[in-house]
Design a protein around this ligand. Structure first.
Ligand code: BGC
Length: 371
């Protein structure tokens, strides 16, 4: 999966595409091929939602929001999580069962986006629409839509926050010593987050502002299998032993909050000062840590908005209406560019937490309790 960097040529091509009336963009007058095929389906139909294992709080919340939201919209919700063991095979079976059970739309948060082609192709053959949720499904043309926060932007925001945090907190001028972590290799998002962050950090590594003391800058060297905290903690332990007996660690790029806290635990366990650590997901413990001045940043990707958008798409499909998308050029799954609805992620530090969580009452309450 590769996030395409939009070139001038691509923009011209996209503009021409729009002018010919073939756009499926919001408010466009053209017809989207997927929408054209769909002539709607019965009210009250079953909608399948296949979610991965619960590697962060957002996945836990999504299940509940999908169940409640789909039922409130008059659908029958079949929401399944892949268990932590045998996750890929179980998710494949769950999706196959949704197809057999006659689900009209199948929304998938993939455990491993490269291993679902057989199931999504079966869904297409049965006339169901497939929406990739949060994580892209790769190497198949049987994925109709993608709904997600813009993951490349998440990475860019993390890279920018790391630079800002270093300037604020390192207590000295550049060069700064940093280490890089990425997510699970089976999650298509991991590379997109990393590429987004490296688009900001690589030039600063090249000009000597940043020094990755371990030398581990390739995504494969930085990966965290299964997004598991213990794997990140173990790698941080080894990095500290191998590279930081006499050097100070100033910052760590962490792709999400669960791993950020594991990295911080490792550094604290080694009796060293906590570096600037980034995150993502606005998990409760990380928001507290940010307000206490420990973790530096997180990202607000409001799960409520993402689920609402997905359910709105289901409603449009049910009526046979054109489906809202706002990006038709960025997310290439290896076979096609998937029509996407992308939401904007928001960077959160102690400074802007109150404003950033203005519409998230549970987190706003936490922030206010520190004021
Ligand atoms: C999600 C992140 C999450 C990670 C681990 C990613 O695909 O986009 O929000 O932190 O999975 O659950």
């Amino acid at each position: 999966m590769k996030k395409i960097i939009v070139t001038a040529t691509a923009l011209v091509a996209a503009a021409a595409f729009t002018l010919t009336g073939c756009s499926s963009e919001r408010g466009g007058t053209g017809t989207d091929p997927a929408a054209e095929e769909a002539s709607g389906f019965e009210e009250g139909a079953t909608i399948g939602v296949a979610l991965p294992d619960k590697t962060s709080e957002n996945w836990v919340l999504a299940g509940k929001l999908f169940t409640d939201g789909l039922e409130a919209a008059g659908f029958k919700a079949d929401v399944q999580y892949a268990p932590a063991s045998n996750t890929v095979a179980e998710q494949q079976n769950q999706i196959q069962a949704m197809v057999t059970g006659g689900a009209k739309v199948i929304i998938i948060g993939a455990k491993d986006g490269k291993q679902l082609s057989t199931q999504v192709e079966a869904a297409r053959d049965a006339g169901a629409t497939v929406i990739a949720y949060d994580r892209l499904i790769e190497n198949t043309d049987a994925v109709d839509y993608y709904v997600a926060f813009d993951n490349f932007r998440v990475g860019e925001l993390q890279g920018e926050a790391l630079l800002e945090g270093l300037a604020e907190r390192a207590g000295h001028e550049a060069p700064y010593n940093i280490e890089l972590f990425s997510g699970s290799p089976d999650d298509a998002n991991s590379k997109v987050f990393f590429d987004g962050a490296m688009s900001v950090l690589q030039p600063k590594i090249d000009d000597g502002t940043l020094n990755v003391v371990s030398g581990q800058t390739e995504i494969a060297q930085t990966a965290t299998e299964g997004w598991k905290a213990e794997n990140a903690q173990r790698r941080m332990d080894s990095l500290l032993t191998a590279s930081y007996s006499s050097e100070t660690l100033d910052g760590v790029l962490s792709p999400n909050d669960t791993l950020a806290r594991a990295i911080i635990t490792s550094v604290q366990g080694a009796g060293k000062p906590v570096p600037v650590v980034t995150g993502q997901d606005s998990e409760v413990e990380s928001v507290k840590s940010i307000m206490e001045g420990i973790q530096y940043s997180t990202i607000n990707k409001d799960t409520t908005l993402l689920v609402e958008q997905s359910i709105k798409m289901v409603g449009q499909l049910q009526k046979g209406d054109e489906v809202d998308v706002n990006d038709t050029e960025s997310y290439d799954n290896g076979v096609k560019i998937v029509d996407s609805y992308l939401l904007d992620p928001v960077i959160v530090t102690k400074e802007n937490a109150e404003e950033a969580y203005a519409n998230v009452p549970s987190l706003l309450e936490i922030v206010k309790s520190y004021q």
